[in-house]
Design a protein around this ligand. Structure first.
Ligand code: PMP
Length: 388
């Protein structure tokens, strides 16, 4: 078996050669003018990828969970009300983080694989004065995508800030931060942004920064506090040296390369490619009888697919697929963890990767004793690509 297998999990993903080459370069001083230039460029590009021309970007060493905490810690003061749209494991995590920073959290509940209805969210937004509405754009535990555009519009009518956990979405799912009135959109490097794990990334709106500036109480987390990070980000953009915590130099340089690749493709073309890959991939799985965790088609994410194991097949399927050269992820949502698996199709994924993955899934299913029309998954996906 080849050591190098195709990594099709919902992050980390496959990275481009240019990004990986950049990671392997000798590490510069974080105050080297060449690095200051690259960090400054990366921050400028974040604004363009987030479609937030007036936003304030932050890039800090850490994972997506740190990005979630940066958001919650800086805008929440003890006693603030925060409304969380429930989608699964990651919306629960966001609720926990808001609570830790002193918020009274209300949750609009939903069943596994579903979203709360927009009417229930609108009604709850009107029932109390909320400081923020928190939405997980794509909940990686269920593959459910929220309608961020409409939820943000509803929240803004009430003056609430809109916080979007876009860890499994930014640079893959359509997000127009400024047009849609999103106040914080956060992600991590290892997903559709296309950089190895280690960067917490976030863009804050002017309104989010105003809320931060109007705080009456200190931020309850030293490393998260924007009062330290904001001058550093502003300095790098002004091409000046600054220090709070040592930036992960190689990751920031790789981010600059990856964001350039994203902008060369074009953000709209990228959203469309993700949608097409997702359509082709699911046409393949559906053709061999698989079904999905999201309960309705309009909830299906473009960045990942969460599919149930078919009748008679268990999680052993994943090691059989790995033997065929493709690494997939198991279940995550506690109530259905052993019943489903997850496939990431984000970043630079193309038709070849999608078809290779479907081929490996077919071979793994055949080895698991599942009866299906061999080749049907690959053929159905090919048909989607041929139409376009
Ligand atoms: N939110 C979502 C939607 C995620 O998918 C993840 C990671 N899978 C996180 C938050 C947490 O990110 P990390 O694992 O990088 O801390």
């Amino acid at each position: 078996m080849k050591e190098r297998r195709l990594l099709m999990i919902p992050g980390p993903i496959e990275f481009t050669d240019e990004v990986l080459d950049e990671m392997s370069k000798p590490t510069l001083s974080h105050l080297d003018p060449a690095f200051i230039e690259e960090f400054g460029q990366a921050l400028e590009k974040m604004r363009r990828v987030w479609l937030a021309p007036h936003g304030q970007p932050f890039a800090v060493a850490g994972s997506g969970t740190l990005a979630m905490e940066l958001a919650a810690a800086n805008i929440t003061e003890p006693g603030d009300n925060v409304l969380v749209v429930h989608t699964g494991y990651f919306s629960d995590r966001m609720a926990d983080i808001f609570r830790l920073h002193g918020a009274n959290v209300d949750i609009v509940p939903s069943a596994v694989g579903d979203l709360p209805g927009p009417e229930a969210i609108r009604a709850q937004l009107k029932a109390k004065k909320y400081k923020a509405l928190s939405v997980t754009h794509v909940d990686t535990s269920t593959g459910v995508r929220a309608d961020v555009k409409n939820l943000a519009a509803a929240a803004r009518e009430t003056g609430a800030l809109v916080v979007v956990d876009g860890v499994c979405a930014v640079a893959g799912e359509e997000l127009r931060m400024e047009d849609w009135g999103v106040d914080i959109a956060l992600t991590a490097s290892q997903k559709a942004i296309g950089v190895p794990p280690g960067l917490a990334l976030l863009v804050a709106s002017e309104k989010a920064l105003a809320a931060f500036n109007a705080r009456k109480t200190p931020v309850r987390a030293y490393y998260c506090d924007w009062q330290y990070w904001l001058p550093v980000m502003q300095a790098y953009e002004a091409r000046k040296p600054a220090y709070f915590g040592t930036p992960p130099v190689n990751l920031v340089r790789a981010l600059n390369v990856s964001l350039a690749q994203i902008l060369i493709e074009g953000i709209d073309a990228r959203f469309m490619r993700h949608a097409r890959n997702a359509r082709a991939f699911r046409a393949g799985l559906s053709a061999i009888g698989l079904t999905y965790v999201p309960v309705r088609e309009e909830l299906y994410a473009n960045t990942l697919t969460a599919a149930y194991y078919p009748e008679g097949v268990d999680a052993g399927l994943l090691s059989r697929i790995a033997e065929e050269g493709v690494v997939l992820a198991g279940g995550l949502h506690p109530s259905i963890k052993t019943k489903y698996f997850r496939i990431g199709h984000m970043g630079m994924s193309d038709a070849s990767e999608i078809l290779a993955t479907l081929g490996a899934i077919e071979r793994g299913l055949a080895k698991s004793g599942y009866a299906f029309d061999a080749g049907a998954a690959v053929a159905a996906a090919q048909a989607v690509y041929k139409k376009l």
